[in-house]
Design a protein around this ligand. Structure first.
Ligand code: AMP
Ligand code: ZN
Length: 121
């Protein structure tokens, strides 16, 4: 079950419904929603409900949660319309820290797919 949330965090507010989003999936531990500025025909973000700032804060205690999230990625990608592997597929990406290109400091995994060309990536 999710623990701490950060009242100033935009993604915590999305989880709580205080900021609207186009939801892809939700359970006790994780939340997925469409990226507001998609790079690809399919582009959604998968986030833990607990406020982990980035991959840099991940510990052994998060291993089961992260494993459950990882298993969800291909299921949700197909659900959202990516073409099947190997002709289709998807990209899984996480930016970490300023030099890693991270802008929102609540751990999130970008899942991108669909026919090319894409806007970026
Ligand atoms: P990053 O650079 O990895 O931190 O990416 C943050 C991502 O969050 C960007 O792709 C943004 O388009 C996306 N984003 C920011 N605000 C929202 C929002 N309110 N709803 C959906 N996606 C958002
Ligand atoms: Zn947060």
């Amino acid at each position: 079950m999710a623990d701490a949330q950060d009242p100033n965090c935009i993604f915590c507010k999305i989880i709580q419904g205080k900021i609207p989003s186009r939801k892809v999936y939700e359970d006790d531990d994780m939340f997925a929603f469409h990226d507001i500025n998609p790079w690809a025909p399919v582009h959604f973000l998968l986030i833990p409900k607990s406020h982990i700032p980035s991959m840099a804060q991940v510990t052994e205690a998060h291993a089961a949660l992260l494993g459950r999230m990882l298993v969800k990625v291909p299921q949700l990608a197909l659900q959202e319309g990516v073409n099947p592997y190997p002709e289709g597929g998807f990209r899984l990406l996480t930016n970490t820290g300023a030099e890693g290109g991270q802008e929102v400091h609540h751990l999130h995994w970008h899942v991108m797919g669909g026919p090319r060309p894409w806007l970026r990536g």
